[in-house]
Write a new protein. Sequence first.
Lengths: 307, 310
Amino acid sequence: MQTLQRSRLADQVVRILFFICAILLVAVIIGVIAFIGSKAFLVFGEGANVKDYFLGTFWDPTGNSGTPSYEAGGLILGSVITTVVAMIIVTPLAIGTAVFFTEAAPRWLVRTMQPLIEIFTGIPSVVVGFLGLLVIVPLLQKLAAPIPGVFAPTAGYGWGAAILVLTIMVIPTTLSISIDALRAVPGSVREASLALGSTRWQMMINAVIPAASAGLGTAVVLGFTRAIGETLAVALVLGGSQIPKNIFSLAAFFQPSINITAPIAQDFGETAGAAQDAYWTLAFILLAITFIFVCISRYLASRSVYK
Amino acid sequence: MSMQELTPSQAVSLEESLAAQKRTTRRQEVRGAIAIGVLWAITLLVAAIFVFIIIRLLIEGAPTLLQASFYGTGEAGIAPELFNTFYILILAEIFLFPISLAAAIFLVEYSRPGRFITVIHFAAETLSGVPSLVLGMFGFLIFVVYAHMGTSRLAGALTLLCLNFPLALRLYEQALETVPRDLREAGLALGSTRWHMIRTVVIPSALPGLITGLILTAGKIIGEAAALLFTMGLFNPTNVFTLNPLVASDTLTTRLYYIKGPGAGTLGLNSVQESALAAGLSAVLIILLLVINLSSRAIGRAIQRRITAA
């Protein structure tokens, strides 16, 4: 009788302990939002004004050139441009590969690529950044040499290199989620389409892709989430501290430049006071953007028919 | 109309429409063949990029990997970083494995499907979307500043717990869900409490999946850098080979970032030596990643064997 009571008691204790562990996850995300949110707006009481923060382009919160300047417009522009262009490259590559992979690829190709995709999903971003310095920057330097307005010694660093590095980082994520979405489409959809006389390609484009569209949308949105927060790979190949002057020309992509994450990685640790608060605002912007993306992906997932 | 003879003009138009249909079919077939050809090309391009990157990094690092001084404690050696990487891996897993496994057990075994699980899953998805850099800043604020840990291995490990919690939770949930329902019911029907049943029935059956999950999170921890920049620092104390969790230290990844990023030219190495060291670090990281992936696959195959044998 006593052992029974003791084991009942143990069951209750364990249950409460495990409940606390599950709740801890909620506590962490609430903590992240609350603490970063509480620091996000301090800088606007310390000399920055909202309009200049988002529209100005001279980022110098530590005041290296005299007075501190909190103008993050260039940083935000950098993140938006690199992320959007990278996703324009990633989306057709990843979805094309995923469609071929699930619908038409020979078995040996699936067998060899499956482990490759898994390995690349976990590749450390700093290694990809090193690869960027090793291969992509010298290559772009050569390609950019004939473009007017490019300053040769520092050419190759910048948005162009960042876009290619982001493409490499994001393809595995988008690809593997797309493959899952396409595999979730039941075989009956394919059979129905083929029975109506479709060619294999018509079956893919008119039946399978529309059936998986919500899942493919999720894959692209999560790719955006990954790309906007990517730090070290991008920080190594951006190589600048301000956006290029000639921003409306092709040369702007091949000159040292900047985005939101690179200056945080480089400078946040050495700042204090108002300068640090300026970086907390950047962190909050990243947090808000990724939160919106997660909500969109959840909405798309809730609309998908096949899971 | 059906049984009557066709007039010559009707026969011609029938033939014409048949020919037109054949042309359409032919055109669709050609279009399909072209499209599939394009998909072949895209897939091979992506695969070629993956293979090229791995081979290029291994070749670049190979000369460095063959030098004995690379494994030493000098300026161009990685012994401290190797030690720190495995130290932080073990310290982070000491927090991560039990906590996320406990949370997964609660979700799968104790709680009923409903709003509570939805809330936890929404929190997990949101947290997994937070960039690791931002979580690193959060860890800096909470553990380094507010909890007075300073930039230390402990602060780094706790930040890694926050970062990898959602992934670990999902992996362990999946592992627990593979255990068949009737095994649980048999355990409960024999009169054991839920916790006793979980210990003796569920966890042993889910063990291979749990180990695979452990290995995959280990891969994430070894590859992480951005979250550690502000929580664990970029520098080692003089006596780096200590088990003290309250000292700052770097890892293979943050060392690589420091060499090619903010620390370039400050290490007392020339740029050729710097690049060789960075290449060696990259190759070591790639090799660790390959080992982790292969071992988790081998365990996955072992599960398959067990399930098919049972």
